[in-house]
Design a protein around this ligand. Structure first.
Ligand SMILES: Cc1cc2nc3c(=O)[nH]c(=O)nc-3n(C[C@H](O)[C@H](O)[C@H](O)COP(=O)(O)OP(=O)(O)OC[C@H]3O[C@@H](n4cnc5c(N)ncnc54)[C@H](O)[C@@H]3O)c2cc1C
Length: 471
């Protein structure tokens, strides 16, 4: 492949094959570009291999186990429900393999050159790609950096042995007896709740005054209650201070409002955020790429960096570190490179936590809308009043719509409850289409479905709810 040290010419070099990189490569190929995509690890990136997909698989398995144990309220009793965790892991790994195989097939099917290796910039127009066998050099017209992120390591809790990140937590060979989770954000809560359902004694240490601090307290209350129900001990306003690692356990010292406490567990899972992969071997310093003080790559509304023919997307740029954000930015950047006038617009960017119950949000919440000066109207509809929710034995939660009282425009929506992750899709579409509350209320929603709650909440916000009294 390499001819001496001469550079091979390509239109577009995509670095990283996560939901940012592989989507950008496919969109650019559709638009006629010759594309080389390189990943030093696995096709599908963090999301498919060590993030969204394996975590959701474990969450589903834990749900299934829990439902089997507690189906007696529906008149079904199952004796002797057991978890074979090795089989759970095997099943999860099979799903990851299927999904990553799909990405591989899509890249090949779109005639995208694929190379497994690590990219290092030589200058603004050339990069070298290293693996064990070869180190070809490429000259590119455009480049998209989609190198993603990795877990932040706390100095007092160095990874290794019994102190683990989400990556190791997803691959534990057996269910631990106990686990301390440092960080009650979405990754910590999803994984902590999952292991607790499998039988692990979980303790969560969260620095702010409620778990899932990125969401309004009103939305997180039900999750906090369910955590308590399954025996998860949550310490809020808690600061993890130090650790003593042994072969079989770790002792964590932490403070809660100044009071020092200690706890010993099989594992400590640190989930305090993620750091962009913009340092190290990639060589962004060699090309003087402009970064923020958090190490994120500064981009314009097409994903263009301070070097105009190099773009960046996903977890390496500011904003939420979410797979669908990466894929969205990927399409915009690929289209911009192809000369299309695409730009990003984040107003309908959903965020979902696959906790129990799920939490999902899109657009502005009530506080944000008020801060922006809107005179808001709120429609809130409880799962308990929805026929389908009750027939699913899923009567916990609510749908909340935030509308502009003057124009009726839907500004945002939040859902907490089973299938919130799916319900949020309708609200994202409504915001994207600039729908108003009346559009939603007039849309015929099939009965009996959870989606009827969206219509009911819109009617509530308009002041004429059918399935609620006292409005
Ligand atoms: C446990 C967990 C659960 C998550 N759950 C969700 C969820 O439910 N929903 C959601 O939206 N998001 C979720 N996320 C976040 C999501 O995984 C990320 O936001 C998403 O993967 C970011 O995509 P990306 O393309 O920017 O980067 P990544 O997916 O991180 O991919 C970057 C790729 O670049 C490669 N790379 C890095 N440096 C180089 C180099 N120099 N040369 C070559 N290759 C390189 C890496 O090997 C990697 O494959 C989760 C994350 C975790 C950890």
């Amino acid at each position: 492949m390499v001819v001496g040290d001469a550079s091979l010419d390509i239109d577009l070099l995509v670095i990283g094959a996560g939901p940012g990189g592989y989507v950008a490569a496919i969109r650019a190929a559709q638009l006629g570009k010759s594309v080389l995509i390189v990943d030093k690890s696995d096709w599908g990136g963090v999301c498919l291999n060590r993030g969204c997909i394996p975590s959701k698989a474990l969450i589903s398995a834990a749900h299934t186990y829990e439902h089997a144990q507690h189906a007696d309220s529906m008149g079904i009793s199952v004796d002797n429900v057991k978890v074979d965790f090795a089989k759970v892991q095997e099943w999860k790994n099979g799903i990851v393999k299927k999904q990553t195989g799909g990405v591989n097939a899509l890249l090949k099917g779109n005639k995208i050159q694929m190379f497994q290796g690590e990219v290092m910039f030589i200058n603004e127009n050339e990069a070298r790609v290293f693996n064990d066998q070869e180190a070809p050099r490429y000259r590119f017209q455009n480049c998209i950096i989609a190198t993603g992120s990795r877990p932040i390591e706390l100095k007092a809790f160095p990874y290794g042995g019994r102190i683990i990140s989400s990556t190791e937590a997803l691959n534990l060979p057996e269910i631990p007896k106990s686990m301390v989770v440092i960080g009650g954000g979405y990754i910590g809560i999803e994984l902590g709740q999952t292991f607790a359902k499998f039988g692990t004694k979980v303790t969560v240490l969260e620095g702010s005054d409620h778990v899932l601090p990125g969401f309004e307290k009103e939305l997180t209350k039900l999750v906090a209650r369910n955590l308590e129900k399954i025996g998860v001990e949550v310490h809020t306003e808690a600061l993890a201070q130090s650790s003593v690692k042994n072969e079989n356990d770790v002792t964590v010292t932490f403070t809660v409002k100044g009071e020092e406490k200690q706890i010993t567990a099989d594992y400590v899972l640190v989930t305090v955020g993620r750091r962009p992969n913009t340092d190290g071997e990639l060589g962004l310093d060699l090309i003087n790429m402009k970064l923020t003080d958090r190490g994120l790559i500064e981009v314009d509304n097409q994903g263009r960096t301070s070097i105009p023919h190099i773009f960046a997307i996903g977890d390496v740029v500011p904003g939420l570190a979410l797979a669908h954000k990466a894929s969205y930015e990927a399409k915009v950047a690929a289209e911009a490179i192809a000369g299309l006038p695409s730009v990003v617009d984040y107003k309908a960017m959903p965020a979902v936590v696959f906790s129990d119950p799920e939490i999902a949000s899109v657009g502005l919440n009530e506080t944000e809308a008020k801060e922006k000066g809107y005179n808001v109207t709120i429609g809130k509809f409880p799962y308990a009043a929805n026929g389908r929710a009750n027939s699913l034995n899923a009567g916990q939660g609510f749908v909340k719509l935030v509308g502009d009282k003057e124009t009726g425009l839907l500004l945002g929506g939040q859902v907490v409850g089973p299938e919130a992750s799916n319900l949020i899709g309708e609200l994202a579409l409504a915001i994207e289409m600039a729908a108003n509350l009346e559009d939603i209320a007039l849309t015929i929603h099939a009965h009996p479905t959870l989606t009827e709650m969206v219509m009911d909440a819109a009617e509530g916000a308009l002041g004429h709810p059918i399935h609620q009294l006292g409005k």
